[in-house]
Ligand binder design. Sequence first.
Ligand code: HEC
Length: 135
Amino acid sequence: MNGLRQTMAWAGAGLVIAAHALAAQAAPLAGDAAAGQAQFATCTRCHRVGPGARSGFGPQLNGIVGRRAGSLSDFNYSPALKQSQLVWTRERLAAFIKNPDQVVPGNRMRFASWGYDDQKIANLVAYLASFPAER
Ligand code: HEC
């Protein structure tokens, strides 16, 4: 009986250690979604995100992390973005937000967040990642 209890204690400790290891791995890209909402204000000129968001001047951004680039049927993309074959990971989004032309040369998004440091961009990506795709 004692042996079993000890085994379970060890298993529990192992889970805690595993969870910490995962958290440490994600650390470099950790962003603060609540803070990122403020950064998104510069995007709302052209983009919408959240329940019921529709594409306008720019494509709506629900479920953007993991979404194939240029894949919405309700937006008329540039050939460059449509044919890019990219999937938006957090890293790729951060790079695109910083300098769209470097990630997808010839795309039509005329905006670059030159003034954002990496933390602000990570916050913005975390904010966007909090909106699931809608069907
Ligand atoms: C001046 C308008 C404008 C602003 C401001 C703007 N965008 Fe865009 N964005 C666009 C347009 C237009 C496209 C489509 C480009 C194309 O088809 O080549 C686009 C495309 C994108 C895409 C690719 C979407 C997809 O479906 O593949 C992402 C992601 C994106 N924008 C994020 C942002 C973020 C985040 C911001 C704010 C930091 C921002 N944009 C600011 C106009 C804008």
